[in-house]
Ligand binder design. Structure first.
Ligand code: ADP
Ligand code: F6P
Length: 324
């Protein structure tokens, strides 16, 4: 028989993402609507181990749906990979009466959730990362806001780049994942996109592309560079020396992780937060909420973590043909 859940814990883990607050609000209010008690766990797994646990009522999540960041704070907690630390965390959950836990974060955070599930705490994951790099889902909380923030910033750089007839290297986030770079590359009409999944470290190809475009009368050359690739500032110096085209590097950095969540991030995060609570109340555990093929669905965490996702070859190809 499915375990009856009385108290639901919620935490955010890994890098923050705009929309996490909307998910927290949904978790708290859907839990209350379902007659459950809810506790907020501060600072991800690190705060769980420190027993930074607080009761949450509907009023504690008022006025947060429109805010970036996470009111629960977030952290990385490398020691959570150790089995004895995971056991300690499960004991802490039991001590505080937490029989179900909702983890909002990326793949790493889901691995932690999976361990807690194996130790008898019912767990549900909600995909929260600006990187969009969770294989089981076509949506992750924060990507939409982050990619729009980056797109608007790149539009601005493009204006000055065109006026000065410069090459601009704009570094966006995504150490291991090129989704922000690919989407911005297409949305901003970049001449080149450097993706961790694709980059072949052939800088001469870039140089030739810039020189050829210059000859054809292009007034700027925008390179959207995913964070994981090289060092944008030194790349700019080398490219300027090799092409004779003035080149500047702009690193967008953490501005992409903050700000007011878009409508999509608020609505999807709210839906996923409520759904995670419903799944726990149905007695489900070791599952992750996802958005796939136009619907909100859930997958077994083990299955979700084993899935693979790759950059669309077609979109990568058209990013090149559309910027000729
Ligand atoms: P994300 O959740 O965005 O992928 P991280 O990879 O930094 O971010 O993971 C967030 C946290 O999840 C880590 O700091 C750690 O506490 C926990 N975590 C990551 N990998 C594991 C693992 N293999 N086992 C248990 N916990 C993990
Ligand atoms: O996972 C989200 C992300 O913003 C990545 O794109 C980036 O590589 C990383 O987090 C940066 O993490 P931090 O600066 O918080 O250590």
């Amino acid at each position: 028989m499915a375990k009856e859940i009385h108290t639901i814990g919620v935490l955010t883990s890994g890098g923050d993402a705009p929309g996490m607050n909307a998910a927290i609000r949904a978790v708290v209010r859907q839990s209350i609507a379902n007659g459950r008690t809810v506790k907020g766990i501060k600072r991800g797994y690190a705060g769980l181990l420190q027993e930074e646990i607080e009761d949450m009522e509907a009023k504690h999540v008022s006025d947060i749906i429109q805010r970036g960041g996470t009111i629960l704070q977030t952290a990385r907690c490398p020691e959570f990979k150790q089995p004895e630390v995971q056991k300690q965390a499960a004991e802490i959950c039991k001590k505080h009466g937490i029989d179900g836990i909702i983890v909002i974060g990326g793949d790493g955070s889901f691995q932690g959730a999976q361990k807690l599930a194996n130790l008898g705490i019912n767990t549900i994951g909600i995909p929260g990362t600006i990187d969009l790099d969770i294989a089981c889902t076509e949506y992750t909380i924060g990507f939409d806001t982050a990619v729009n923030t980056a797109m608007e910033a790149i539009d601005k750089v493009r204006d000055t780049s065109t006026s000065h007839e410069r090459c601009s290297i704009i570094e966006v986030m995504g150490r291991d994942a090129g989704y922000i770079a690919l989407w911005c590359g297409i949305a901003n009409g970049a001449e080149d996109i450097l993706l961790p999944e694709k980059y072949d470290y052939d800088e001469q190809k870039l140089v030739n592309h810039i020189i050829n475009n210059r000859k054809r009368g292009k007034k700027h050359h925008i390179i959207v560079n995913a964070e994981g690739i090289g060092h944008s500032a030194s790349m700019a110096k080398r490219i300027e020396a090799a092409t004779g085209m003035e080149t500047r590097a702009t690193i967008l950095g953490h501005m992409q992780r903050g700000g007011t969540p878009t409508c999509k991030d608020r609505v999807y995060a709210s839906t996923m937060g409520a759904m995670a609570v419903d799944l726990l109340c149905e007695g489900k555990s070791n599952r992750v909420v996802a958005y796939r093929h136009g619907d909100f669905v859930d997958y077994d965490i083990d299955e979700a973590l084993a899935m693979q996702k790759s950059i669309s070859e077609y979109q990568y190809k058209i990013s090149q043909t559309l910027s000729i």
